[in-house]
Design a protein. Structure first.
Length: 259
């Protein structure tokens, strides 16, 4: 079995693949400082809840946008699983070409999502990831990663309203029944959710126009992707496990005989 680990700014998502099937998924908080022992024991305990042990894991692949934790995480995997993880980065085969001005600036998570979207849906395709940041990435018909748009994420916007104002509360991020909000909580929900809907619709429209296309496939993922995808016609597919699938696909491209 293969462990796929996506280290995001807010959460670490861990997938467990048996052949081509994602059979389990776990999450842990990124921002809590941990030692290598804590990472190794915690991940081992997670897979134990599904009835598996460290000896069942054949390999590990990691994509990370948080360099500071990688030494401890890698060390924990090596110590408790006796596996040196494959890390998405320079020199690894992905199947797509990065055609931005500085390819090294493109985050590993964005590359992984682009790989999964292109492999499953072909190109051109836009991947919209509603995570800590809201990102829109464009892969053309040749499998080239040609553009990346980044804006504050939905939760980040809500936190900014709470943290930077004296009287606005913390809120649950849901779409209110009406955009005609009549109280503080629903006014914030309306601004954040309807604002995110309008933002992605305008960005997709602008990308499509600038590329000279009539239509482009749009795939959404991320924590808040389902909320937005349900409310707009510009998003064709919501794929909650896009990153896990992309990591597994990259693993297979770099192993001659993947388990």
């Amino acid at each position: 079995m293969i462990l796929t680990i996506d280290v995001g700014n807010t959460n670490i998502t861990i997938g467990l693949f048996d052949n081509d099937n994602l059979i389990a998924k776990f999450r842990m908080t990124t921002k809590i400082p941990r030692t290598s022992d804590e990472y190794g024991i915690f991940i081992n305990d997670l897979i134990l809840t599904k009835g598996y042990t460290a000896s069942d894991i054949d390999d590990v692949i990691i994509a990370s946008v948080v360099p500071d934790i990688m030494y401890s995480l890698n060390s924990g995997i090596i110590k408790y699983f006796n596996i040196k993880p494959m890390v998405v980065g320079a020199g690894i085969k992905t199947g797509i070409m990065i055609k931005t001005t500085n390819p090294g600036e493109v985050g590993a998570g964005r590359i992984v999502d682009a790989v999964a979207a292109y492999e499953e849906f072909g190109g051109p395709v836009i991947v919209v990831d509603f995570g800590t940041a809201t990102t829109c990435d464009v892969v053309n018909e040749k499998g080239e990663f040609i553009a990346a748009i980044t804006s504050p994420g939905i939760k980040l916007c809500a936190q900014a309203l709470f943290n930077q104002t004296a009287r606005l509360p913390k809120i649950e991020i849901v779409k209110p029944k009406s955009i005609l909000a009549k109280d503080t909580v629903t006014s914030m929900q309306a601004g954040i959710v309807y604002g995110a809907i309008g933002q992605v619709e305008y960005i997709v429209k602008s990308i499509t126009k600038e590329m000279g296309l009539d239509k482009i496939k749009v795939v959404a993922t991320g924590d808040f992707g389902k909320i937005i995808a349900d409310e707009t016609d510009v998003i064709d597919v919501y794929h909650q496990d896009l990153t896990m699938k992309g990591l597994y696909l990259i693993y297979k491209k770099n192993k001659k005989n993947p388990t």
